[in-house]
Structures are given as C-alpha cells and as structure tokens.
Design a protein around this ligand. Structure first.
Ligand SMILES: Cc1ncc(COP(=O)(O)O)c(C=O)c1O
Length: 426
C-alpha cells in the first residue's frame, strides 16, 4: 500500500527560497491561479513578470506538448533545430537591424553572464560600469553588477573586480537641488565623473543598464539620460548592454523598453516573459560582435532547449497575434489613471510611476521617507482578498503591479477596487 506523504514546504524547500504567499498552487489560467483547496487567486505578480501571455496560454501549452513528443533535448553544440532557429527569427524580427543573432541561455543571470563575457571578448577591455539600484541576478558576475539590496551580494565577497557603479536616475528621490526635470543631467555628470576619478574609459568594455529599473523600484529613467549614456558609449567605444529581462517582451507597452527612449543597445539580454515560464533567456547582439566569440569560449548544456524555444516561438507569436503590446499600453493607462485617483485620496502613496503594465506605487511616510510598513499592509490586505502582489525597491517601499499582458479592462477595474480598499485600510 502506498502511504500518503504529508508535503510540508518548510521541511522540504530551503529557507533561502522565501515564499511571498501561503498559496500551494495547483493550476493556472490567464490572470488566475487555483490553490490545492480549489480557491481562485488573482495573480498580479505574473510569476515576477514572466507569464506575460497569462498562465498556461493554450497555444504555448500546445507548442510545448507537441515539441516534447518530437525531441526534448536537441543539444545546441550537437544539433541545430527548427524551434531554436524559428524563435531566433521571430525574436530578431521585433528588433532593430543590429540585434540579429541570438545566443540562447536558461535564466536571466546566465544571460547577464553571457552579455558581460561577450562585451569583454568583443572589446578586449576588462571593466564594466553598472548602475546603483539595479538587479541583474544572483550568479557571481550578476550579483557583482547588482546593487538593489545589500543582501543579494552581502557575505559573498570577494566579487568580480573592475566593476564600477554610477547612480541610476531615481528622480523621485533625487539628492540634487534644482528643478526635477534637470536632475538627469546631474546623474549623467556623476557617471561621467567616473572617467575623471575611477576608471579610464578605454578600459571599459560595457555600460550595463536596466532599461527600466525593476527590483530596484520600477524607476523609469528620463529619455535624455538614456540618450546621453548611449552617446557616451559611442564616444569611447564602450558597448551598451540593455537588460530587458523584466522590461522586455511587451511589458512596458512597447515590445522593448528601449523603444521609449529612441536608443538601441549593442547587446540586449532577455529572459522572464520570453517563453511564458519555460526557463529560456538570451543574449542578442550584432553578428559582427558575436563573431568575436570563438567556438567553445562560452556555452552551456541546455541553452536553446527544443521545448523551451518552442514555447518562446509560441509566446512571441501569441504576443503579436493577440496584440498584447498594444493591450499592455491601453490597460496600463487605465491602471495608472486609477492608481493616480487613489493617490489623490491617499497621500501615503507618494508616487505612481511606470510604463505600460510595468507599474508601481511608492509608499511614503509623513516626512516623505520610504514607507515599507504601509506597502506591507497593502500587500497583506490584498492577499486577504486573494489578490497577489509583490513589492520592489531597496526598502520594499513600492508595490509593483504587473498583471499578465492579457488582462482586460474589467479585471483592471476589479483590481483597482481591491487596491483602493487596501490602501484606505492602512
Ligand atoms: C532586470 C533583471 N535582470 C536579471 C534578472 C535575473 O533573472 P533570473 O532570476 O532569471 O536569473 C532579473 C530577475 O528578476 C531581472 O529583473
């Protein structure tokens, strides 16, 4: 007789996994998941900005099922295969002409590792500049360029050498005097100052930028700052890497975050939403840059997995066929308007910001400081109403609102009512 085993997450899964909700999930569909007791939850976390096509989109499920029945592991050093190549075609068709080759990997951090290694090989230079507040992942190189929270990198030193940090333009909390619309110039001056004080520009392989700051607080940079960084890279032969892992795949109401700023990166990293939850990521660049990567100087066993890239292909097609980028822009406007209405009645919300469906509200204390306690209360109160949300920001002072891009107006309106009640209850 098979004995029934009681499954206790705390006994089986290490503490480091730190769960945000009590839900033991059974299945998902669209913006909803169901727990093992049959309760329905609204998932406005999208599995940390991954399920952009909604949970278990039927076309993605079908692509996975069909591919799994043909070949699962078509190792990329041994075989080329159609799902990988077709996913590369579909992905690059959404990108500017200089982003035309795709190196598939398995996670965001791995894509960051690849992008940094590619930049070093392509330029022959050792150093990297990243921005304070950014999150790029948890492997050794990725956590070295990460400064969203000390606990991501703390107690893991020594980290990678020759990594320098400049401030990201968090204009809402700008330390600079003068009009906020000029704050970006101060932030840019601090970046440039690194070349006077800390590192020679011709030692710098890459400047690595989150197009929109994600874990660090959903901060949208001023367009002029992004353009100035691009110009600085061109002046000094530095490659601009844009991390689109959270901001890409239609999340911001454009396919790629950088489209909002009129710039193009030399190297882009993409993950999360690319395959609707299958572990797929990619480094995308120009063939002239990629050609400098000699065979065998980078790689991995699973990158370009057949089932994963079949899911990526289906995801890209669903995003296009269902107009999900436009939907993100439209739903994002309704969401932001609704949140600003709530802010008008509740000054505990100090800032409503974002692009498309990459939106956050920042909570403030009476003297304007970060108010993590308020954010935590709102999260808890939404959870009581079976709506799942995540915080962001160094102090967990902001709540990010990132539903699947398939969300409709009625669902946004329903969410806003829940959120208003939660904020009012603080
Ligand atoms: C912008 C950004 N880069 C990189 C990563 C790391 O991705 P992964 O957790 O898949 O390694 C994340 C994850 O949150 C991210 O938001």
């Amino acid at each position: 007789m098979v004995q029934e085993i009681r499954l206790v997450p705390e006994d089986l899964i290490p503490r480091v996994v730190g769960r945000y909700s009590p839900v033991v999930v059974d299945r998902g569909e669209g913006i909803y998941v169901w727990d093992i007791d049959g309760n329905r939850w609204t998932d406005f976390t999208s599995g940390i900005a991954v399920t952009n096509t909604g949970h278990c989109h039927p076309r993605v499920v079908q692509a996975i099922q069909e591919q799994a029945g043909k070949i699962i592991h078509a190792q990329a050093n041994i075989f080329a295969h159609e799902p990988m190549m077709r996913a590369a075609v579909e992905l690059t068709s959404t990108l500017p002409a200089n982003l035309n080759q795709v190196f598939f990997t398995n996670s965001g951090a791995e894509a960051i590792e690849g992008a940094l290694k590619l930049a070093k090989i392509a330029t022959g230079r050792p150093a990297v500049i990243a921005f304070r507040g950014a999150f790029h992942g948890r492997t050794h190189a990725a956590m070295t360029v990460t400064t969203s929270r000390a606990k991501v990198r703390g107690h893991y030193e020594p980290l990678l050498p020759s990594v320098y940090h400049a401030p990201y333009p968090y204009v809402f909390r700008s330390p600079y005097k003068g009009p906020p619309e000029d704050a970006d110039l101060h932030y840019f001056a601090e970046l440039k100052q690194l070349f006077d004080t800390t590192v020679m520009p011709d030692d710098v392989a890459a400047i690595l930028m989150e197009t929109v700051l994600g874990e660090g607080g959903y901060i949208v940079p001023p367009a002029r700052w992004v353009q100035n960084v691009r110009r600085l890279c061109d002046e000094h032969g530095i490659l601009l890497i844009m991390d689109e892992i959270q901001s890409g795949m239609g999340r911001t109401g454009k396919m790629w975050g950088f489209e909002h700023f009129g710039v193009t990166p030399d190297i882009m990293t993409v993950a999360k939403g690319i395959a609707s939850g299958m572990p797929v990521s990619a480094v995308v660049s120009d063939r002239a840059i990629m050609d400098k990567w000699a065979p065998g100087s980078h790689g991995g066993t699973y990158g370009g997995n057949a089932v994963g890239t079949a899911a990526a292909l289906a995801t890209l097609q669903v995003i296009e066929d269902e107009g999900l980028v436009d939907n993100a822009a439209r739903m994002g406007r309704i969401l932001m308007d609704g949140l600003r209405d709530i802010q008008a009645d509740h000054p505990v919300i100090g800032d409503v910001r974002g692009l498309g469906l990459m939106v956050a509200t920042e909570f403030v204390t009476e003297d304007g400081g970060p108010n993590a306690a308020a954010a935590a209360k709102v999260i808890a109160s939404c959870m009581e109403q079976r709506v799942l949300l995540l915080t962001c920001g160094t102090y967990d002072q902001a709540i990010r609102i990132i539903p699947p891009l398939t969300v409709n107006e009625a669902q946004i309106v329903e969410f806003l009512a829940v959120y208003r009640r939660a904020v009012a209850a603080i």
